[in-house]
Design a protein around this ligand. Structure first.
Ligand code: TXA
Ligand code: MG
Length: 345
């Protein structure tokens, strides 16, 4: 298939393509999405094929205007409007009871639908031109890191989709927070199914007692309903291991000598050993910057053929720092590394 590569001026062209049934990759503030008309089941089915995605993993629908919520959601759980007022447009996906008109292909047979309004000018213009909610997962091949710039989006999807819209590098660099209403006796309130740039502190600050703080641990049944949490995710070709301070890499001299790269904060300390001056290190001023660049680094370091990457991970309870992106970053690193830390060979 010939893929049209559109610059940001092509947003309305991209919108009319989607409206006519095409698959279009588009930028958002989090990661690039692989979009189809949410009310066209045939186009939506093609998303799974283009990604190589398991059919049991539901898609997020993207809108540009609050009035579109009623096309998708049957009713709004308590606090839903408070969340839309506070965080839309922005990196928060709300899981809402779905209308019957929303196809099972979009929701993987669940009775809920994920809805989000992205905070990106080209995305909003594209969605306005589409004139329909756009179902879109991240635009990576299944299991791989999400594309967070135009080159990565082209790498993943050129020749698999009708068009790719260039919106530059993504601001956040990690996927949106996914929140769902839970109505079980032990957990009545909003819970986080996937952490992102909108943090638990953010949700708590507007929801108060409509927010369940540690539901992720307690409510296994709801987590089981977010099938995305079951599949392997965010993996580069290189093996990933986490560390918190550079001195932990003392135990990894063999890997370092074999050319493993290091991705860390400026303040992580000096990586022990010689490295022969040819070791690749990428350093960032803070977690927000590291999060923004993580998937770009994965992609570029893969292209360089490094055998592995040591990535500095936030300590488990530092989620409240630096806008709270640390919790989302730790979540992605736990998956990318399968929980492996430096020194545990
Ligand atoms: O930032 C983002 O959310 C990006 C951009 C493109 O918007 N999209 C994205 O989509 O990351 P995807 O498909 O890669 O991840 C969606 C996550 C999955 O873990 C999925 O299981 C969950 O949201 N999800 C979607 N609909 C759901 C539903 N009805 N109930 C529970 N979980 C749902
Ligand atoms: Mg994804």
């Amino acid at each position: 298939m010939k893929t049209e590569l559109l610059d940001a001026g092509g947003a309305s062209r991209a919108g009319s393509l989607v409206r006519s049934g095409a698959l279009v990759v588009f930028p958002t503030e989090t990661v690039y999405g692989l979009g189809a008309d949410a009310f066209n089941p045939i186009s939506c089915a093609r998303i799974f094929e283009a990604k190589g995605r398991p059919q049991d993993n539901p898609l997020i629908t993207h809108i540009h205007d609050r009035s579109q919520v009623e096309l998708l959601a049957r009713e709004l759980p308590p606090g839903a409007e408070i969340l839309m007022d506070a965080f839309w447009p922005g990196p928060l996906t709300l899981v809402l009871p779905k209308k019957t008109a929303v196809s099972d292909i979009v929701t993987a047979g669940l009775d809920t639908v994920g809805v989000r309004m992205p905070d990106h000018p080209a995305a909003l213009e594209f969605l306005r031109a589409a004139g329909t909610p756009v179902a879109a997962p991240s635009a990576n091949r299944s299991g791989r890191p999400s594309p967070t710039n135009f080159a990565m989006a082209c790498d993943a999807m050129e020749s698999r989709v009708e068009a790719i819209l260039d919106g530059g590098p993504c601001e956040t660099g990690l996927e949106s927070t996914v929140a769902a209403w839970s109505d079980t006796p032990s957990a009545r309130g909003w819970i986080i199914l996937r952490p992102g740039a909108v943090t638990r502190e953010d949700l708590f600050s507007v929801l108060d007692d409509l927010f369940v703080r540690d539901a992720g641990i307690r409510d296994e049944s709801l987590l089981a309903r977010s099938p995305g949490t079951r599949h392997p995710h965010y993996r580069p070709n290189a093996e990933v291991r986490m560390f918190e301070e550079a001195q932990e890499l003392e135990a990894e001299q063999i890997a370092l000598a074999a050319g493993w790269a290091v991705v860390a904060l400026d303040g992580a300390g000096t990586v022990p050993g010689s490295g022969g001056g040819k070791r690749i290190e990428r350093r960032y001023a803070g977690w927000i910057d590291l999060a923004r660049r993580l998937y770009v680094d994965f992609s570029e370091l893969d292209a360089l053929g490094v055998p592995g990457i040591f990535v500095q991970a936030p300590a488990a309870r530092s989620g409240a720092t630096e806008g709270g992106i640390a919790e989302a970053l730790l979540n992605r690193l736990l998956k990318a590394s399968a929980g492996k830390r430096a020194g545990e060979s």
